[in-house]
Design a protein around this ligand. Structure first.
Ligand code: Q9C
Ligand code: ZN
Length: 335
């Protein structure tokens, strides 16, 4: 399968993250990509599609913030990586306070996504990888894979979070619509709910968002991904959340997935965008499902059986030593 990755996606390099009350080494590190790249042949660098396809998803004030945040952090006399510590939960007024700490709160929803010097560059080129995979599929490939890093499904039009800065799967989706596709299904099979993707398309009738994930009653991102979130306005009924309990293995996973696949068939999509996270793996250090490496092939095969042109974008997966094997097993389901 055609696979896209740009070496500049390694530039994003936060040192530490806040995890259960302590600072620990950042889980979403470049070694993940190195492990995957070692298992894949024929990886291509994306061409530069520019900023316009990113602007179809993200607000200009957020993009300006993301591009300048680390420089402003350094200019404020700070060391290390930028992250917020105060959040405007009582309504986010469109204030422009021009204070880096205020803007970090304005444009994020958690403290698990520090911004390093290379974050913008990596996020930009990760989005370009998603656009290149989309272009390949629009050009007739049956499926293509974007090895996105940083991941994207937690961030929204104007906020970052959950290791995510630009929503790659949303950027792919909007690019496909701009190129003439009419109804897109997004299937999110990361361990965590794709709250940013859901938010971006919540009121859209032309984009179906289906997610199988750990129940947010027990797992991050807590506030989104509950089964009663079904979309609104023109998007009423085009969001389908299928939460599963911790400990779920292949049998429970397949039952939920089959429900999601049936919804995608009913929707009549003309293209599929998959947010693939391998943090559903039994050995994942921050997640609690029980899938084995060999399980990813039949899971992917049942997705491939939808028989839709398919863009696959990388999301999470933190069992680094097994990540390449898990990705390869998933991609094998499309052969
Ligand atoms: N103590 C993705 O898989 N950290 N993001 C949770 C738990 C955030 C995961 C901290 C996990 C985000 C793309
Ligand atoms: Zn995840």
């Amino acid at each position: 399968m055609k696979t896209f990755f740009d070496a500049r996606q390694h530039d994003h390099a936060p040192a530490m993250e806040l995890h259960n009350g302590a600072y620990v080494p950042y889980a979403e590190h470049r070694g993940r990509m190195e492990n995957v790249l070692a298992t894949l042949s024929q990886v291509e660098a994306p061409r530069d599609h520019g900023i316009e396809p990113i602007r179809r998803v993200h607000k200009d004030n957020y993009l300006a913030f993301l591009q300048s945040a680390h420089e402003r952090w350094v200019a404020a006399g700070r060391n290390g990586d930028a992250h917020g510590y105060a959040w405007p939960v009582v309504g986010r007024r469109p204030l422009n306070l021009n204070r880096i700490d205020a803007d970090l709160g304005q444009f994020s929803f958690d403290a698990s996504s520090p911004i390093s010097a290379g974050t913008w560059t990596s996020a930009y080129w990760g989005a370009q990888s998603a656009l290149a995979a989309t272009e390949a599929v629009l050009g007739g490939e049956r499926a293509a894979f974007a090895l996105c890093r940083p991941p994207g499904h937690h961030c929204g039009a104007d906020y970052l979070g959950g290791y995510c800065f630009l929503n790659n799967v949303a950027i792919s989706t909007e690019a496909a619509i701009a190129a003439g596709k009419r109804r897109i299904a997004i299937l999110d099979v990361d361990y965590h709910h794709g709250n940013g993707t859901q938010d971006i398309f919540y009121d859209r009738g032309d984009v179906l968002f289906v997610s199988v994930h750990a129940d947010p009653a027990t797992d991050y991102p807590f506030f989104w991904g509950h089964a009663d979130e079904r979309g609104e306005g023109a998007g009423e009924g085009t969001t389908l959340n299928l939460p599963l309990p911790r400990g779920s293995g292949l049998e429970a996973y397949r039952a939920a997935l089959d429900t999601g696949l049936a919804a995608i068939r009913d929707f009549g999509a003309d293209m599929l965008c998959v947010s693939f996270g391998a943090d559903t793996f039994a050995g994942d250090p921050i997640s609690q499902f029980a899938l084995q490496t060999a399980d990813y092939t039949p899971i992917a095969r049942s997705i491939a059986d939808l028989d839709l042109p398919t863009v696959i974008v990388m999301e999470g997966g933190y069992a680094v030593d097994a990540l390449g094997a898990n990705v390869a097993a998933f991609l094998a389901g499309f052969d």
